[in-house]
Design a protein around this ligand. Structure first.
Ligand SMILES: [Zn+2]
Length: 411
């Protein structure tokens, strides 16, 4: 299992420097160790690229994943924030998937009910295209402010548009004060390198309003490490959390945790918190989980190599039989999957995506063309590889509707 193409909401801050090569950006400890390196990784996965040559020439960066034995945090210690080019050309939305729409609708309703947000005001940092804020309004909030360099207000439905305002920019530079009943931040923290500094800024921005509820969602790295899920490790994600390391960061930066759970087939961590006074941390806290994360990190390189080998063999077998293969999902996971295959990426004919804004564009790095599902009828693929197992059923229905019966397999 693996996370869906994360919304990757495009908020990173230029205000902070990259972390040092030794100190953990989450807890400051120097007890960190590198466990996986990879060069030539496209620095962006979701920027739309109009022509194949530009896609092939896309800027590359380097991964050097490190694990902190002090707090369990995982991060790319070679991450260079100067590669950030988030803009309105950043196409990260999963909003075209019925399954995803259902998920965000349920989550919005849960949060409005549980935290009594009906008639209240919410702020979303890293709101992406604004679909989630729209669901919060439908679930009952009175108004919302969305902050993101990639906002597209014209895509918001008329029924909620007049309740929402947009700040096309970054937190905290373009939106320093949070005066709201709830702060939402979904699939954004994993793009922030100096995580502790940034969380302290969130805390400072809330100020005296200790009734403000803080609601975060981000990928869970535990299974990524266990399973060698190479499609879930990419340049834009410079930070990776387990439930334990996320909770420790929140406590350390001035929050108390109200609840923590996993969602979307356990692919996402959800944390619900409130501002608190920073307290002394129990040094022994989380040692068992840290040890498990550390040993999974140490096995990651081998698991990663085995997983890549398995997919290479699968693609070679299809090609040897005269068949063709495509991937389904052209977002970050697709970019990472094709990059990891190296020369064997040529055995993949195209990348399918249901987002019409992506059709006719090209994948950063590998240069694969992004096509609409209906184009599959032209070359009748034998193998369709879903970049997210959560969407298998949805993709199966789409293929049925097109009269296609390829082998459908998930990473
Ligand atoms: Zn640490």
């Amino acid at each position: 299992m693996n996370a869906p193409q994360s919304p990757n909401h495009a908020v990173a801050s230029s205000r902070f420097e990259a972390p040092g090569a030794t100190a953990c950006p989450a807890c400051g400890s120097d007890r960190t160790r590198s466990f996986y390196r990879c060069a030539d990784v496209p620095v962006h996965s979701c920027l739309l690229v109009d022509d194949q040559q530009t896609a092939l020439d896309f800027p590359r960066g380097e991964l050097d994943l490190a694990f902190c034995t002090g707090c369990g945090f995982v991060y790319n210690q070679l991450f260079d924030p100067s590669h950030n080019a988030y803009s309105s050309d950043y196409e990260e939305t999963q909003g075209f998937s019925p399954l995803f729409r259902e998920f965000i609708k349920d989550l919005a309703e849960r949060w409005v009910q549980r935290y009594d947000l009906a008639g209240k005001k919410v702020v979303e940092i890293g709101c992406g295209k604004g679909e989630f804020l729209a669901e919060m309004v439908r679930a009952g909030v009175a108004s919302g402010i969305g902050v993101d360099p990639g906002v597209h207000p014209e895509r918001i439905d008329d029924d909620v548009a007049n309740r929402l305002t947009w700040v096309k920019g970054f937190f905290p530079e373009d939106f320093p004060l949070i005066d709201a009943d709830a702060v939402i931040c979904r699939h954004t923290l994993e793009h922030i390198a100096p995580v502790a500094d940034w969380m302290r800024t969130v805390r400072e921005s809330i100020g005296e309003r200790t009734d403000t509820v803080v609601l975060f969602e981000l990928p869970d790295v535990s299974r990524v490490l266990e399973e060698g899920a190479f499609w879930d490790v990419y340049y834009e994600h410079c930070t990776y959390f387990t439930a334990g390391s996320l909770a420790r960061l929140f406590r350390r930066t001035g929050f108390e945790i109200v609840d923590q759970w996993t969602a979307y087939d356990d692919q996402y961590l959800i944390i619900e918190a409130r501002p608190a006074t920073p307290g002394a941390e129990d040094a022994a806290e989380g040692d068992d989980e840290n040890a498990a994360t550390g040993s999974a990190a140490d096995r990651f390189a081998a698991a990663h190599a085995e997983m890549i080998g398995r997919w290479r063999t699968r693609l070679q077998t299809v090609a040897a039989q005269g068949g063709s293969s495509v991937i389904w999902g052209s977002g970050s996971k697709g970019v990472a999957f094709l990059a990891a295959l190296g020369d064997d990426a040529a055995l993949v004919t195209a990348a399918v995506d249901i987002n019409p804004f992506k059709h006719g564009k090209y994948m950063a790095g590998s240069g694969h063309r992004i096509i609409a599902p209906k184009e599959l009828t032209e070359f009748q693929p034998d193998l369709v590889i879903a970049m997210n197992s959560a969407y298998l059923e949805e993709i199966g229905s789409d293929l049925d509707a097109l009269g296609l019966r390829p082998s459908l397999e998930a990473v």
